[in-house]
Design a protein around this ligand. Structure first.
Ligand SMILES: [Mn+2]
Length: 475
């Protein structure tokens, strides 16, 4: 290997976002994060992922924290390290499409409050759903020159996902003006030698840096990183060991050690990494003890590889079947999934498409007739409201589910008029900062509950009425 040019692999640390989202349902509070931030800032990570995904919802709903305040505090602590977030394209951090003015404002405010790298993805890999976010990052570069837009492709397996598909979509991402590409393998489906092939293919079709994100769910993730790094991937996502493995990412220390002394050496200090691991270990123990971390998520879920569907989707299916007293239909439903996916244009299986396909497969089996019953989400998908799938829908199925209802072929957000003014109006009574309107836009009821709690806390402190006020809103 001595004759290979030095090419250190970058490490994105996920402990402050995906690692705890994957292992403890995003429940790590800001107060656990802040004391270790100065040490993390000394490591030399490519970036620290710390925001987006479910952190917003969990902060407001369960932790009674302002997510914007968390971001500002992390920004204050990380003087040198780039901060990264995950954004669900036109859905932002919510579950439905927003108008472009809301998307643009959210991106502006995320950057203004301290984010450097925004990773943006769409469950159908429909790049039109990512246009507004990428443009907003581009426009914000005047004020935030470090701003970086990364388009993440949801990784999946299927007839439509050929070498040509990946090469072509990578080219289109480059043309869109994104700054880098991520392969986002949320289910742990990418096996080592496929990763080698995929990364080499992408590397020959685009000049953009390529980052790989996977989960340890199926047990292959660190081998996948090894092959991907040898194939030229630029950055890998890892989690410090107490919050690594299982449904989380490969361990940071292990990957850093693996590449030590090779041309790919990320150059991280094992002693300093060990100090960070020491800091999080007692918190891990606490989470296991109080049940926040279940040992179930720490093992290898081999079913993921067997059926090529995400682990979360399988457990959803099992509970749906249980509710119907139809657990004996499990194998039938598993066999139905590829059929439904085909009828739906072979989408990747990530939230929300995984739920739509899984629920429909259950309904098809239980009712004994395909598409006799369907959900509103299935109707929306087959009406084009989520965007375009890689293959066309099955026309007969589409007709059976939506009848003569209108089918959208344009970019779905083109049909959504500006929403910001109505959100501003609705939040006016509670607003204490510009960002509140965005919290409201994403989770209206949860945000209002939080705003009321915040007000009560403030009044409690200000007017020395803490006892009565706090009584109503236990923290
Ligand atoms: Mn992930």
């Amino acid at each position: 290997m001595a004759d290979i040019e030095k090419k250190p692999v970058g490490i994105t640390e996920t402990i402050l976002r995906d690692a705890h989202q994957s292992l403890i349902a995003t429940r790590m509070p800001t107060e656990i994060m802040l004391p270790i931030v100065p040490k993390m800032d000394e490591i030399g990570y490519h970036s620290v992922e710390c925001w987006g995904g479910a952190t917003f919802d969990a902060s407001l709903r369960f932790l009674k924290e302002d997510p914007w305040d968390r971001l500002r505090k992390l920004r204050e602590g990380f003087k040198k390290t780039k901060l990264q977030m995950l954004l669900r394209g036109q859905n932002l951090l919510g579950y439905s499409h927003y108008s472009d003015d809301v998307v643009t404002y959210f991106v502006q405010k995320s950057l203004a409050n301290g984010i450097d790298i925004i990773r943006i993805f769409d469950c159908l890999n429909d790049l039109r759903n990512l246009e507004a976010s990428v443009k907003a990052v581009e426009a914000a570069k005047k004020e935030n020159p470090q701003a970086h837009s990364q388009i993440a492709l949801s990784y999946t397996i299927g007839d439509a996902y050929t070498d040509e598909y990946w090469a072509d979509i990578a080219k289109r991402i480059e043309e869109m003006g994104a700054d880098s590409i991520c392969i986002k393998d949320m289910a742990g489906l990418l096996v080592p030698y496929e990763a080698d092939k995929l990364i080499r293919n992408l590397k020959s079709s685009t000049k953009l840096p390529i980052q790989l994100h996977t989960h340890y769910t199926s047990g292959v993730a660190s081998m996948t990183y090894l092959k991907a790094v040898e194939a030229g991937v630029d950055v890998i996502d890892c989690a410090i060991s107490p919050f690594a493995l299982g449904t989380s990412q490969p361990a940071t220390e292990v990957m850093a050690k693996t590449f030590e002394g090779t041309p790919y050496d990320p150059g991280l200090d094992q002693k300093k990494l060990a100090e960070i691991a020491d800091y999080f270990r007692p918190y891990r123990e606490e989470c296991i003890e109080n049940g926040l971390m279940s040992t179930k998520v720490l093992g290898v879920n081999i079913k993921t590889l067997l059926y090529q569907v995400p682990g979360g989707m399988l457990s959803n299916m099992v509970s749906q079947l249980k509710e119907q007293n139809a657990e004996d239909k499990y194998d039938e439903v598993l066999n139905e999934i590829p059929q439904v996916r085909k009828d739906f244009g072979e989408p990747p299986l990530v939230t929300p498409s995984s739920q739509i396909v899984g629920t429909q497969a259950v309904m098809n089996v239980i009712s004994g007739e395909r598409y006799k019953m369907s959900t509103g989400q299935t109707k929306d998908l087959l009406s084009g409201k989520y965007g375009t799938t890689v293959k066309p829908f099955n026309k007969d199925v589409q007709k059976k589910v939506i009848g003569d209802a209108e089918v959208i072929t344009c970019r779905p957000a083109d049909l959504i008029p500006p929403q910001l003014p109505e959100f501003e109006e609705a939040v006016k009574e509670y607003k204490q900062q510009d960002e509140d309107v965005l919290s409201y836009a994403l989770f209206p009821q949860v945000a209002v509950d939080y705003f009321k709690y915040r007000k009560a806390q403030q009044t409690g402190v200000d007017e020395k009425k803490a006892d009565t006020q706090n009584g109503a809103y236990p923290a």
